[in-house]
Design a protein around this ligand. Structure first.
Ligand code: SF4
Length: 448
């Protein structure tokens, strides 16, 4: 009758995938080289991995030189075509991890202490428990390695109870492993231990054994419950965020509405101010236009006044010129009359002189003859002084007549005394008027 735990182990074993094929031991390789071949099987075939390790061993003096070399340089040595560089990077990473944890580049110490070796390989996540179990399997001379991660996975899966020691655990595990599949067993469970079954936080929901693992089912259930709680929490958080967003949007909408109203009020205010400014500008332009109009009107009125004034002045000048012309004409007429009178007087004087001469001649003739004739002719000389006196009086009046003529010509209102006085007797009246003329002049000046 088959052991149910053995069936469970086989079932578990068939469910676990391997990241790389199971390597084969290589004659002449040490533990470091076997581990390197197992790592290179992730990208290369077993033959390529084995030849690459051999090439590196031949080309470099030691593994530290390989660790510090460039991946391209290692790829050139390892070959492998397009996979050469990725394979070289695997080699460098593998050597670096061992160097950091052991401060050396060899794994032969794993053969000495199985417990210490198991603890050591558990600290190499890049190598992984699958490769580590292969190396330990080589180190233990093909004996199945029992490590704490293997015991943890089998315990959680319900295949083997957790034992107090490795020896008891080995005694419980070895009967459950199918014959000939020991290396496969430790490598597949090593993959589970490295990839999912962490000692503190296993990720059972990603593990391939979750459906058959007792602990995994519980963890998975708890994880699903947690996910549900998280989902509910996320939903609540999303709802809260949505409410906050809605509230924020509402606040922003109100704020935008306020801002819009504020902007509208500001725009209306600006429009009113603009209208006021335009009205003020229009008033100012109207006032300016009215002012210009008034100034034009005033200028026109001033021009008109000036024109009227000029016209009046011209009229006054014309009248003055006419009066002056009239005065000159009168003066000329008076002068002509005076000259005429003077000529007449001269003619009369000449005639008188001629008559006197004639009379003198006659008187002389008479005298000469009177000596012989009547003395009546003696009366003639008695009349001569009278004529002389009249002549003298007339001569004396001449300057008076001149003065009168000059003074009378200054005003157009006075009538010419020449016209009134046609004889020498009028010169006496003219003499009287001459005495009044200065008074008339003064009156005229005062009027101006
Ligand atoms: S299901 Fe969980 S507990 Fe079980 S083996 Fe996988 S990781 Fe470990």
């Amino acid at each position: 009758m088959p052991n149910p735990k053995s069936s469970l182990v086989v079932d578990l074993l068939d469910r676990i995938p391997l990241r790389a094929p199971i390597p084969e031991p290589v004659e002449g390789f040490d533990l470091l080289q076997h581990g390197m071949v197992a790592v290179l099987l992730r990208t290369l075939t077993h033959k390529q991995a084995e030849s690459a390790v051999r090439a590196l061993s031949r080309s470099f003096p030691d593994w530290n030189e390989v660790r510090v070399s460039q991946a391209q340089e290692l790829a050139a040595v390892m070959g492998g075509g397009k996979k050469g560089v990725p394979a070289a990077r695997l080699v460098k990473e593998y050597l670096q991890e061992i160097f950091q944890n052991s401060h050396g580049l060899e794994l032969e110490f794993l053969r000495e202490d199985a417990t210490g070796a198991a603890r050591f390989v558990a600290q190499l996540p890049f190598m992984g428990m699958a490769v580590a179990n292969f190396v330990l399997w080589i180190a233990n001379d093909r004996e199945m390695p029992i490590t704490p991660p293997l015991i943890r996975v089998l315990d959680r899966a319900g295949a083997v109870p957790r034992a107090a020691s490795v020896r008891k655990a080995r005694a419980a595990i070895e009967p459950l492993v199918p014959a000939g599949r020991e290396l496969e067993f430790v490598m597949r469970f090593g993959e589970v231990a490295s990839n999912w079954c962490d000692a503190r936080k296993p990720i059972c929901w990603e593990c391939k054994l979750v459906e058959v693992c007792k602990h995994g089912k519980k963890v998975h259930k708890d994880w699903k419950d947690q996910q549900a709680r998280l989902a509910a929490q996320r939903a609540r958080e999303e709802a809260r965020q949505a409410a906050l967003r809605k509230k924020e949007e509402e606040r922003r909408r109100r704020e935008e509405e306020r801002e819009r109203k504020r902007a509208e009020a500001a725009a209306k205010k600006r429009a009113r101010e603009e209208e006021r400014r335009k009205a003020a500008e229009q008033r100012r332009r109207d006032q300016q236009r009215a002012k210009l109009q008034r100034e034009k009107e005033r200028a026109a009125a001033r021009k008109k006044r000036e024109a009227d004034k000029k016209k009046k002045e011209a009229e006054r000048a014309r009248k003055k010129a006419a009066a002056e012309a009239k005065r000159k004409k009168d003066a000329a007429r008076k002068e002509a009359a005076r000259k005429k009178a003077e000529a007449r007087r001269k003619a009369e004087a000449k005639k008188k002189a001629a008559r006197k001469k004639t009379a003198t001649k006659k008187s002389a003739a008479k005298k000469s003859s009177s000596r012989k004739k009547t003395p009546t002719r003696k009366k003639t000389p008695a009349r001569k002084p009278t004529a002389k006196k009249a002549t003298k009086k007339t001569t004396k009046k001449k300057p008076a007549a001149r003065k009168q003529t000059t003074r009378k010509s200054t005003t157009t209102r006075r009538k010419s005394p020449v016209r009134k006085s046609g004889s020498t007797k009028s010169s006496g009246a003219g003499k009287k008027k001459t005495t009044r003329k200065p008074t008339a002049r003064k009156t005229t000046r005062r009027k101006r």
